[in-house]
Design a protein around this ligand. Structure first.
Ligand SMILES: Nc1ncnc2c1ncn2[C@@H]1O[C@H](COP(=O)(O)OP(=O)(O)OP(=O)(O)O)[C@@H](O)[C@H]1O
Ligand SMILES: [Mg+2]
Length: 273
């Protein structure tokens, strides 16, 4: 069994402290939901886990089976089995989906691979890629397109899950993968995540504002972030409650965090005036 362990994580972005002591532990095979109002720090946590250079960890630790993730570059983290599906997937003009993924898959499956050395076999790779494109309802033609260029919002989100299916990470962070998907696509993606997590014993952190992805992928724990901290953890019923009733009751139960949130919003309003 694998464990992803985050302790007392503090992260600052452009000189502002955004995460102020996050603790979270996910074991392989577990599904966790992360909810919280806009701007509370959910994507910041996702980027810090993935190793985005703009997100500076000032305190605390991230460990994967006891190994220090913070010492790893972003590509090393991927080779160690971490995968982030972006809230806003990036476009890479000039790089075809099939080529990009063949490189990524070769690196992840053969972690000692050096650039310029042999890639995984084309025939085997193409068969697998087509399988996953078909399963996620993405036309095979997309393999020949430039990554995300001209893709619709929903197509980008599906492609993030195709990538996850190919890379078979130990831990996946899905940052609002459900947003922008139509109802049918939510079902296709939900089933895909469910299939992959159970087949590979993948640990999943689902960041979402809705319940939809969680209906197929029932979280064993639901965490609520407010002003850069996880202020509450509950079961699947907490996600249901937040989806229906919003965050007013969470703010009432955590007045200090709510006050911090308000103070920061005021500062931002002043700064942008
Ligand atoms: N590069 C940056 N420069 C300045 N502020 C940033 C930067 N990145 C994030 N922030 C700030 O950090 C805070 C947390 O942002 P984050 O994207 O983590 O929120 P979130 O919980 O994912 O929100 P949402 O639900 O809207 O996706 C926000 O106030 C945001 O403006
Ligand atoms: Mg976000």
């Amino acid at each position: 069994m694998s464990t992803l362990k985050i302790e007392n994580l503090h992260v600052s972005v452009a000189g502002t402290l955004i995460l102020k002591g996050v603790d979270l532990e996910i074991n392989s095979g577990e599904i966790h939901a992360l909810m919280g109002p806009n701007g509370s720090g959910k994507s910041t946590l996702a980027y810090a886990l993935a190793g985005h250079p703009n997100y500076e960890v000032t305190e605390g630790s991230i460990e994967l089976d006891g190994e220090n993730v913070l010492e790893m570059e972003a590509d090393e983290r991927a080779r160690h089995g971490l995968y982030l599906a972006f809230q806003y997937p990036v476009t890479i003009p000039g790089v075809k989906v099939a080529d990009f993924l063949r490189h990524a898959v070769s690196n992840v499956r053969n972690p000692d691979r050096k650039e310029g050395t042999e890639l995984i076999s084309m025939r085997e790779y193409r068969k697998e890629l087509y399988e996953h494109l078909d399963a996620l309802g993405v036309d095979r033609q997309f393999a020949r397109r430039y990554l995300n260029e001209g893709f619709s919002g929903g197509e980008k989100k599906r492609m993030e899950i195709v990538q996850m299916a190919m890379l078979k990470p130990r831990f996946a962070i899905l940052d609002e993968t459900d947003s922008g998907l139509d109802t049918d696509a939510v079902n296709v993606v939900s089933e895909g995540v469910q299939r992959l997590s159970s087949a590979n014993q993948m640990g999943v952190l689902i960041i979402t504002h809705h319940e939809r992805l969680l209906q197929y992928n029932i979280p064993s724990q639901t965490h609520v972030m407010l002003a850069g901290r996880i202020v509450e953890t509950g079961d699947a019923s907490l996600a249901h409650e937040l989806h229906n009733l919003g965050y007013a009751s969470v703010r009432e139960r955590h007045p200090d965090a709510a006050a911090e949130e308000e103070a920061r919003q005021k500062r931002e309003t002043v700064a942008s005036a």
